[in-house]
Structure formats: structure tokens, C-alpha cells
Design a protein around this ligand. Structure first.
Ligand code: GAR
Length: 225
């Protein structure tokens, strides 16, 4: 059964770049499809477009400079401790990694166990890591897609919440395929946030059980015929 919260879920988005997934979540909140509030957008890149998108919507935009931490043996952990302080300060309940190009350490993963999501542009467990779309084309796959999953210590390895599939067409380049996948990302990420806000996600081992209501769509599987 879904649970209606009286207060919106407090979300933070960690992003390093363009921030189109952040924008999709902002739009879904503003149109009432997602019952959440973005408490802060945090970036490791000062010039991330994601920060500008946040500012336009009156959301606190925070650049946490990785420079002072680099070169230290515990630099990555110290950086994540600084992030954790910020997340705590903003009362964040759910963290979204959205094009966040930095590996999160156990400091954050443990503090936000089953409360931190990532979106990845492949049908995991195929093609974790960088250049997923290019690898899917080169492998000769007929389907590609995207995955929203909870974050665990292994990169792109956590329990899968939602996936959407798209065809790989003859003549696709990594860019054309990435665009087609991105359209699906923009649907499933807000949807996963809403399922979380409704208290409908339960993790059992590797499986995420979605309770109540209609089954979330696995995404459009479109025949190229
Ligand atoms: C998205 O395609 C996302 O899936 C990918 O980066 C892009 C960010 O776009 N993430 C990863 O590859 C993480 N492994 P956006 O900044 O426009 O949301």
C-alpha cells in the first residue's frame, strides 16, 4: 500500500554536469507527479550546468571543491565526510546521483544505505562504468536502456529499482543512442523517487520489491520493425 506523507520527501541531487536528470526531477516535482522537495543540489564541479538549473528554481546550489582533499591518502573519504555534513545540515532523506562522476566511498554509502539512488545509461549488469552506450553498440546489442538502482559499494552494482529498454538501431552512434536512452531516464528517475516517497520500495537481498498499486512499467520495449 502506498503511504501519503504529510511533508514532501527531502532530496539532494549530486551532479557533475549537464543536469538533465535533475531537471526531469525538478519538473516532476513542480507538476505534482513527485511529492518531494529538492533540499540542495551539490556538485564537485563549479561550472556544472546542474548548479545553474538549481539556481533558476530557487534550490540551494552548492559547489564542494574537491581540490583541498586531493593528494591526501584519505582524500576521497574526507570529501564524502564533508558531503555528509552538508546532507545532514539540509535534513536530506534521499540522495540522487545524477551524472555524478565521482565514486562515492563507504562513508556516504553506509550513511545512506538504501536511501541513495543512481541512474546509469545501460541495462545493468551489462556495461557498468563509462561509455555504456558505445559499448552496447560495439557489442552488437539489439536493446539498450537505463537503470535506476540503489547505491552500494561496488560501482553500478546495487539492487535494481527500475529499468527501461530502447532499441539499438542500425546507424546509431553513441550520441543518438544516448539521446534515446536519456528520454527514458527522464521518466524512470522521477518515478523511482515517487515510489520511494510513497514508501513502496523494499530491498530484499539483490531484489527491490515494489509494493502496492500498478506494477511500475519496465519501460517501452519498442520493436524497430
Ligand atoms: C546520464 O545519461 C546518466 O545516466 C549518466 O550520465 C548522464 C548524466 O546526464 N550517468 C552515468 O554514466 C553514471 N555512471 P545529466 O547530467 O544530463 O543528467
Amino acid at each position: 500500500m502506498s503511504t501519503r506523507r504529510s511533508t514532501p520527501l527531502r532530496v539532494a541531487v549530486l551532479a557533475s554536469g549537464r543536469g538533465s536528470n535533475l531537471q526531469a526531477v525538478i519538473d516532476a516535482i513542480e507538476t505534482g507527479q513527485v511529492h518531494a522537495k529538492i533540499a540542495a543540489v551539490i556538485s564537485n564541479k563549479n561550472d556544472a550546468l546542474a548548479l545553474e538549473r538549481a539556481r533558476k528554481h530557487g534550490i540551494p546550489d552548492l559547489f564542494v571543491n574537491p581540490k583541498p582533499f586531493s593528494g591526501r591518502p584519505d582524500g576521497r573519504e574526507a570529501y564524502d565526510r564533508a558531503l555528509l555534513e552538508t546532507l545532514t545540515k539540509y535534513d536530506v532523506e534521499l540522495v540522487l546521483l545524477a551524472g555524478y562522476m565521482k565514486i562515492v566511498t563507504p562513508i556516504l554509502v553506509k550513511a545512506y544505505a538504501n536511501r541513495m539512488m543512481n541512474i546509469h545509461p545501460s541495462l545493468l549488469p551489462s556495461f557498468p562504468g563509462l561509455d555504456a552506450q558505445k559499448k552496447a553498440i560495439e557489442w552488437g546489442c539489439k536493446l539498450a536502456g537505463c537503470t535506476v538502482h540503489f547505491v552500494t559499494e561496488g560501482v553500478d552494482e546495487g539492487p535494481i529499482i527500475l529499468q527501461a529498454a530502447v532499441p539499438i538501431l542500425d546507424g546509431d552512434t553513441p550520441e543518438t543512442l544516448a539521446d534515446r536512452i536519456l528520454q527514458e531516464e527522464h521518466k524512470i528517475y522521477p518515478r523511482a523517487v515517487q515510489l520511494f516517497a510513497e514508501g513502496r520500495l523494499r530491498v530484499e537481498g539483490r531484489r527491490v520489491i515494489v509494493s502496492g498499486g500498478d506494477m511500475p512499467a519496465a519501460g517501452a520495449i519498442i520493436s524497430p520493425v
